[in-house]
Write a protein that binds this ligand. Structure first.
Ligand code: SF4
Ligand code: SF4
Length: 348
């Protein structure tokens, strides 16, 4: 079979065979939104995320640096949503909120495995070079997925699909094949501003081009996962019980009201909304064991305890006093300082 035999219909058929919920094709020149991304990073809105501002930033505008000869990027989506309540429906302040995407198996492994299987199946039809990217390679994956027709980028900056909502992971298959690109769908946010109004830290801000962008330095996802140092005090109360990521701007999005649920069980939580007391008492080895092979391990033990201390302070429950006193004596100054802040919220 020749390369011509691989068309949109076949790409969709193979994607379904491999268990993907969404698929589409984007061209590579020019890379969509690259100038916008650079402008965002240059204004400091990426905070301390050096992988967005160092030499890897430029690579995002040049997929050739990831796969020489790349001609098309196949973008695939995999739903991770489950039947559990939204964070906005959940009010047990004794428990920690972990972002929905991080409850189950690490999506990097799941998507990589499926995309590799996808590539091998397509290779049965044509000879081409390929490379799988899942979040870790410097690619503007939401912009590419939009160009590939998977959805539009909402004011909350998530990719939203009209039928599936926004609870899905993205992965890419870079190929040297010349495939017909898909077209982006219209922006369906309209006059809605629910995500902007609901964001507890006002992290969704107008961008210079009249759209919206995230000021990562204010976003709870950044503060709880990417920021390695002290969380600015001004933002701690807005964090609520979020100890890893934040789902609020997706929870309130009307396009997630009828969001579908994942077909497989790999993204279901081992333990939904774990108790803050239990998390505060975890030793480092226990933390590693509990969150091994889940995205939560990215926060690292000390960052995670820091977040737990803030969530306990925000709960303002007397029963957290002993746990916070113990964390305040932690040899790691970062953990100790946040626990002392937590104690002050309890009135100590
Ligand atoms: S993830 Fe949370 S903090 Fe970040 S923009 Fe959305 S609602 Fe705001
Ligand atoms: S909440 Fe409204 S404005 Fe925000 S992403 Fe969803 S539809 Fe768009």
């Amino acid at each position: 079979m020749t390369e011509k035999a691989i068309d949109s219909k076949l790409v969709h058929e193979v994607a379904v065979e491999c268990g993907f919920d969404l698929v589409g094709v984007a061209g590579v020149h020019p890379v969509p939104d690259f100038a916008r991304f650079r402008n965002w990073a240059d204004r400091g809105l990426a905070g301390e995320m050096r992988y967005l501002t160092d030499h890897r930033a430029e690579m995002r505008g040049d997929p050739e640096s990831l796969l020489p000869g790349v001609r098309s990027i196949i973008c695939a989506g995999l739903v991770y949503n489950g039947p559990e309540p939204l964070s906005t429906e959940f009010s047990d302040i004794e428990r920690a909120w972990i972002s929905r995407y991080a409850w189950g198996e690490d999506y990097h492994h799941v998507l990589r495995w499926r995309l590799e299987s996808f590539a091998r199946k397509l290779r049965e039809c044509a000879d081409f070079e390929w490379r799988v990217c899942v979040d870790t390679a410097p690619l503007l994956e939401r912009s590419l997925a939009r160009a590939a027709g998977l959805g539009w980028i909402g004011k909350n900056t998530c990719l939203i699909n009209q039928n599936l909502g926004s609870w899905f992971f993205l992965g890419e298959l870079l190929t040297t094949m010349d495939l017909e690109p898909d077209a982006p769908p219209p922006d369906r946010c309209g006059t809605c501003a629910r995500c902007i109004e609901a964001c507890p830290t006002d992290a969704i801000v107008p961008s210079p081009d009249g759209r919206f962008e995230i000021d990562a330095r204010l976003c709870i996802s950044y503060l709880t996962i990417e920021l390695r140092s002290s969380i600015p005090e001004a933002h701690r109360s807005g964090m609520g019980s979020n100890v890893f990521g934040c789902d609020i701007c997706q929870d309130v999005c009307p396009w997630n009201r009828r969001a579908v649920e994942a077909a497989g069980g790999e993204f279901r939580p081992g333990e939904f909304a774990p108790s803050l007391e239990r998390l505060a008492a975890l030793g480092e080895a226990e933390f590693r064991a509990l969150f091994r092979d889940t995205p939560v391990s990215r926060a690292k033990y000390r960052g995670f305890l820091r977040n737990v201390a803030v969530a306990m302070g925000n709960a303002r429950l007397e029963r957290f006093r002993d746990a916070l006193v113990k964390l305040a004596a932690n040899p790691d100054a970062l953990v100790a300082e946040h626990a002392q802040w937590g104690l002050r919220q309890l009135g100590y």
